[in-house]
Design a protein around this ligand. Structure first.
Ligand SMILES: [Zn+2]
Length: 118
């Protein structure tokens, strides 16, 4: 894809160069299980377009980012966590804990989640 980033782990997953446990995909979105899950359900929802951080989301990207939430809603249903509740979170930059610089929405559920997060 033209907007792939050679240094991006998630672009490599999108290209099929690195395997992932994919749970959802659409024209604009891919979702797969986190390799280091923090809850019984921990899925990462990413746009097919490479966007490094929330700070890099342009006005033209708003529909794409909205699509991440649409995917999260569907994943919550198929994972059986929609009714009990789940969390979606997107970290921005190192101080917030972002470690892969291709935006990703965490979908966490299957256990009680504390608030505020750490
Ligand atoms: Zn990327």
């Amino acid at each position: 894809m033209s907007d792939a980033n050679a240094d991006s782990l998630f672009c490599k997953i999108l290209a099929g160069d690195i395997p992932a446990d994919i749970v959802y995909e659409s024209e604009t979105v891919l979702a797969f299980r986190d390799i280091n899950p923090q809850a019984p359900t921990h899925v990462l929802v990413i746009p097919r377009k490479h966007i490094s951080t929330i700070n890099d989301v342009g006005v033209d990207d708003h529909v794409i980012v909205g699509g991440l939430y649409g995917a999260a809603r569907e994943i919550a249903v198929t994972e059986g966590i929609a009714a009990d509740g789940y969390r979606t979170v997107m970290n921005c930059n190192a101080a917030a804990g972002q470690t892969v610089f291709h935006i990703h929405l965490h979908v966490l559920g299957g256990r009680a989640l504390a608030w505020p997060p750490g």
